[in-house]
Ligand binder design. Structure first.
Ligand code: SAM
Length: 255
């Protein structure tokens, strides 16, 4: 029997949402794929499989996804596993790499813009600032919800929480317990880079209410740090009318 030449798996970062934010390399890999896990981009001839989740329904378990990647690659296909943001930031990419290595499958990682930094950059909110922030920590918002991780928060000037919208009250509680000032500021950005992007900011002791009232929807990042004060001051009061118009022009639906 003729032996099938084994294919290859690409773990590709799609960026935060706006399809134009995928890298050129990611886009080129998509164009040559035989199998893609979602139909993010139109006009591709590849077979597409939806393996994501909707409203907490997982269509495939992580083990089933791993098995699919291995199965298609073994049948000679070029497989693209398209993942939000960067494929190796909170995306269970390590588990997929493990499955591929164990099965001797050739693979390549195509990095993407992680939402952990790009969502803030996209609205002009700098996570670092020469005077205000010389370090950033990107943290999972679910770290204590699963009951396993009760480490204290990392020491950094700016804290960015992913997967934190539904756990916002818990995040705020953690910050207050660890002695963060209730008057310090937090921002939440939902659906970053997409047309229905939203921004809400407020004091630590009011942010949960503000976000609830705003009816923001996932995905969202939560940012804690003085850069939030800088951003709000800059955007809302320090700019000239001309600068405001410029800023509002690109961040028109933020406020
Ligand atoms: C499972 S993590 C995957 C992160 C992804 N690998 C990355 O590098 O951005 C999903 C979380 O990323 C964040 N996220 C992804 N896309 C986003 C967007 N467009 N706007 C705001 N947050 C986003 C949210 O915190 C969401 O809960």
């Amino acid at each position: 029997m003729k032996e099938v030449k084994q294919g290859k798996v690409y773990l590709v970062g799609a960026g935060p949402g706006d399809v134009e934010l995928i890298t050129v390399k990611g886009y080129n890999v998509l164009r040559k794929a035989d199998v893609i896990n979602i139909d993010l981009l139109k006009g591709l001839t590849a077979e597409t499989i939806f393996v994501g989740k909707k409203k907490k329904i997982h269509y495939y378990t992580q083990e089933e996804i791993n098995d699919l990647l291995v199965k298609f690659a073994k049948s000679g296909k070029t497989v693209v596993r398209l993942k939000g943001g960067d494929p190796l930031i909170f995306g269970r990419g390590a588990e997929e790499i493990t499955a591929l290595v164990k099965n001797g499958i050739d693979f390549e990682i195509v990095p993407g813009l992680t939402s952990g930094t790009s969502v803030a950059s996209g609205i002009g909110l700098p996570l670092t600032h020469r005077d205000l922030s010389s370090s950033i920590a990107i943290i999972t918002g679910h770290r204590k919800n699963d009951g396993e991780d009760s480490r204290s928060l990392p020491k950094a000037d700016t804290l960015v929480f992913l997967m934190g919208l539904s756990a916002l009250d818990k995040i705020v509680e953690d910050l207050l317990v660890e002695g963060f000032d209730k008057d310090s500021k937090v921002a939440v950005i939902s659906k970053g880079s997409l047309k229905d992007e939203r921004y809400v900011s407020g004091r630590l002791d009011e942010i949960v209410n503000l976000v609830e009232k705003s009816k923001m929807a996932s995905p969202a990042i939560v940012i804690y740090g003085k850069v939030v004060n800088w951003y709000d001051d800059m955007l809302k009061s320090r700019c000239s009318e001309k600068e405001k118009a410029l800023l509002n022009n690109f961040a028109s639906n933020l406020f």
